[in-house]
Write a protein that binds this ligand. Structure first.
Ligand code: HGY
Ligand code: MN
Ligand code: MN
Length: 404
């Protein structure tokens, strides 16, 4: 399959690049925000330009079809990713998959390809969970692994619920939630994503096929304390919530090291949050991942016990099991692409949610020479991005082409 045209890809990239970029150079593209609306409209416009049949599912995810997915139930060959970001996230995490999907459709059309199966492009809502705290909320909602009741009640740092944010974004909440019909249209889902590590850089490869996602989860830990004056309260009289929090952060790191896992507390909230007031409560959000689910669970148990010794409560906010992608699809992609390397990842993706819901799914990773992600330092070279588009184009042609 011929390679995509750089101007096509570069044009798509240039249009999206300024949207939601903050003064840090990172992106602040949060679900159901005004920036998100610009992104959603951009995606819908690009699909309209290509004459794709645009439809939104009951969870607000955006789909666009080349061919009628209902004329061939369960045969849809779908690719795509997400456009939202973590605070000050990088430019590639998510958008590279969406733009590559559009560029791959363009490349197929340039060579006169006629799909024997419907080809879909999807943009999932709220993959990062940056605003409401649950990752992959759009794909979990549509797949039925996150209840609409729980999702709509989630609140952002300003106390706005997802229901209020959706309503403010002009969305009708009637029927908001799972959409089995949308999921059943998908025969295969392939998500292209920038690598969030340096494995490809170390082996000198542009593209890899993703095989699995490590088990991982998020836990909210609330440390109790007693508000009081910083200048008049003797140390012996204090119940300082910050001490338990700080001790637990260090314990989380030591426990993860002990169990060969990764533990991160990247978000904290302090009340009342005054320089001259002893904290009455501190909330930390814990992220734990690892290749061995038992070790991950052990790590969480140990951290929970440690936090509990300070009177803290721990609530699981999301959990993703060890997710193996469809091995027959992975092998088929490897055959179509030649001997590209296989790659496991500790990062969660919508492809993992669909795989867990029984959809034949897999991923393509594109080299990131910095290895950094969830940071403005995230990078991918244009040549590797185009190699990713070419690989995705080849995979789509193989999956949606005539049998035989
Ligand atoms: O957290 C993750 O792994 C993904 O970026 N949502
Ligand atoms: Mn991410
Ligand atoms: Mn992502």
């Amino acid at each position: 399959m011929t390679s995509s045209s750089a101007p096509g890809f570069a044009g798509l990239w240039a249009a999206l690049e300024p949207v939601g970029r903050s003064s840090s150079g990172g992106y602040r593209r949060f679900a159901w925000s005004a920036t998100d609306r610009v992104l959603r409209e951009w995606f819908a416009d690009e699909c309209a330009k290509r004459g794709l049949d645009y439809v939104e599912d009951r969870a607000g995810n955006q789909w666009a079809w080349w061919g009628d997915p209902d004329a061939a139930p369960g045969q849809g060959v779908v690719t795509g990713s997400h456009l939202d970001s973590v605070p000050d996230g990088g430019p590639f995490d998510g958008p590279l998959g969406v733009i590559s999907a559009l560029a791959a459709v363009d490349a197929l059309r340039r060579v006169g390809f006629q799909p024997a199966k419907p080809i879909g492009v999807v943009c999932f809502a709220d993959e990062e969970g940056a605003r409401f705290g649950v990752a992959c909320s759009g794909s979990r909602l549509v797949a039925g692994s996150l209840s609409p009741e729980r999702a709509l009640a989630l609140r952002d740092v300003d106390g706005l619920s997802m229901a209020e944010a959706l309503t403010a974004a002009g969305r009708d909440l009637t029927g908001f939630g799972p959409d089995p019909a949308a999921v059943q249209r998908v025969g295969h889902f392939v998500e292209l994503h920038v690598e969030q590590g340096r494995a490809l850089d170390h082996i000198g490869a542009s593209v890899a096929v993703g095989t699995d996602i490590w088990p991982h989860g998020r836990w909210r830990i609330d440390f109790p304390g007693e508000a009081n004056h910083a200048g008049t309260t003797a140390l012996r009289d204090r119940r300082d919530a910050m001490l338990g929090y700080a001790d637990t952060v260090l314990a989380a790191r030591a426990t993860a090291q002990e169990h060969d896992c990764l533990a991160t507390i990247g978000r904290v909230s302090v009340r009342p949050g005054a320089v001259n007031a002893i904290p009455s409560s501190v909330t930390g959000w814990l992220d734990v991942r690892g290749s061995d689910p038992t070790a991950v669970r052990r790590t969480v148990l140990d951290i929970t016990a440690h936090a509990g010794s300070f009177g803290a409560t721990v609530v699981e906010e999301s959990w993703t099991d060890d997710t193996r992608f469809d091995t027959s699809l992975v092998r088929r992609m490897q055959r179509a692409l030649g001997n590209v390397p296989l790659l496991s990842t500790g990062a969660g993706h919508d492809a993992g949610v669909l795989a867990a819901a029984g959809v034949s799914s897999a991923m393509l990773f594109v080299r990131n020479p910095s290895g950094v992600s969830h940071s403005p330092a995230e990078r991918a070279e244009l040549a590797d991005c185009l190699a990713g588009v070419e690989a995705l184009t080849t995979v789509l042609a193989d999956l949606a082409g005539p049998p035989g």
